[in-house]
Write a protein that binds this ligand. Structure first.
Ligand code: SF4
Ligand code: SF4
Length: 353
């Protein structure tokens, strides 16, 4: 079973687009161990994602969870996988070495050249210099670490430049998403710039492809590969039941946007998961009514109930922003895919199949 442990809701940063509410309570050791045991209770593998707030504020809990899960994996023969999303400011050599031993996948939230526009320390200081140094340290030990960028409207003109900067820093796995939620407001002018930035990014990806570089950037690569594999994006996930969040007090929900909504409470680490509730939620219709009949329905992330809820308050309602963005993204990715195929069909198949 895959669980995302919200070790703390606190954070040493104060990003302008942050959707998390700061809260004085951290996860207790009792909840932590129960959550780890629950991850081992079903299926052939136990997956733990360390999350926050900023999870490295509670490094001590991460060390404890790793020791506990590795021991459990040895005893049961069940495979243990772990990952973490972090703002990186508290990374140090000792932690990274432990993470390497645990084969932890680390996603560094880093907006590249846009970092100081939205991602500042609590108190207002910029974070880019610190995070750049930590990124270098991370890449020295974990060359496969990912950089996760969230582009807000006020930083949209840094999009393409940030892709290049993160690549030059050494990242070969990037994820670029746009910021959603009540704290951001995309205007039509921002969307025009976003389109230009996507075009520049696609041109850069083409350059790397021609150079034969191994590189991945989501969602651009995903859109191309899912199209040629005829994979239905909409089937990927509706309410995140494949990776359930556990709150600091041990309650379990289908996905982050649903935390605190008692109608979606799936159980807790002490009493386990209510199977009927999971069944009831997994049966919910995942295609929003307004998307039925759209040509792009199978290629769009319209079915992400978590994103829909965050944007519109309704898991089955896609925001106009997301619809515009998805159309733009699919159009640009299709043009790029066509180009790359013409350049080298064999390599295209190797990269995207
Ligand atoms: S680092 Fe993450 S949790 Fe912390 S303020 Fe920024 S977005 Fe929020
Ligand atoms: S492009 Fe818009 S209408 Fe079409 S499936 Fe996506 S969100 Fe729905």
């Amino acid at each position: 079973m895959n669980l995302t442990l919200h070790l703390t809701d606190n954070c040493n940063m104060d990003c302008s687009y942050c959707i998390r509410e700061k809260c004085p309570k951290d996860m207790t050791e009792e909840v932590l161990y129960k959550a780890c045991d629950l991850a081992f209770s079903k299926g052939p593998r136990a997956g733990i994602c360390f999350f926050g707030g900023e999870p490295l504020i509670r490094k001590d809990l991460i060390y404890k969870a790793l020791d506990h899960c590795e021991k459990k994996s040895e005893e049961t023969g069940i495979r243990f996988d772990c990952k973490m999303t972090t703002n990186g400011t508290l990374l140090d050599e000792e932690f990274i070495e432990r993470a390497v031993r645990a084969k932890m996948g680390i996603g560094l939230s880093f907006d590249g050249k846009a970092q100081d526009v939205c991602r500042i320390f609590a108190g207002g200081n910029p974070t880019s210099e610190v995070v750049e140094e930590k990124a270098k340290l991370l890449l020295k030990h974990m060359p496969d670490a990912s950089a996760l960028a969230t582009i807000a409207p006020q930083a949209v003109s840094y999009y393409a430049e940030s892709v290049e900067y993160l690549h030059d820093l050494g990242f070969r796995n990037l994820s670029f998403v746009i910021a959603y939620g009540r704290k951001v407001n995309w205007t039509d002018d921002d969307m025009v710039i976003l389109r230009e930035e996507l075009k520049k990014t696609c041109a850069y990806v083409k350059e790397l492809f021609i150079r034969g570089e191994k590189f991945y950037i989501g969602p651009i690569y995903t859109k191309i590969s899912e199209c040629i594999r005829d994979k239905n994006t909409a089937e990927r996930c509706h309410l995140g039941l494949r990776q359930m969040p556990v709150t600091p007090d041990g309650r379990i929900y289908p996905c982050t946007s649903f935390i605190g909504d008692e109608d979606y409470l799936l159980g807790d680490v002490f009493n386990g998961i209510n199977k009927e509730k999971v069944f009831e939620i997994s049966k919910k219709e995942s295609t929003p009514e307004t998307c039925i009949g759209c040509d792009l329905v199978k290629r769009c992330t319209n079915s992400c109930g978590c994103a829909n809820r965050m944007n519109t308050g309704d898991e089955n309602k896609v925001s106009p922003l997301q619809c515009t963005y998805e159309r733009m993204l699919i159009e640009e990715c299709d043009a790029l895919g066509e180009d790359l195929y013409q350049i080298n069909p064999q390599r295209f198949a190797e990269v995207f199949k």
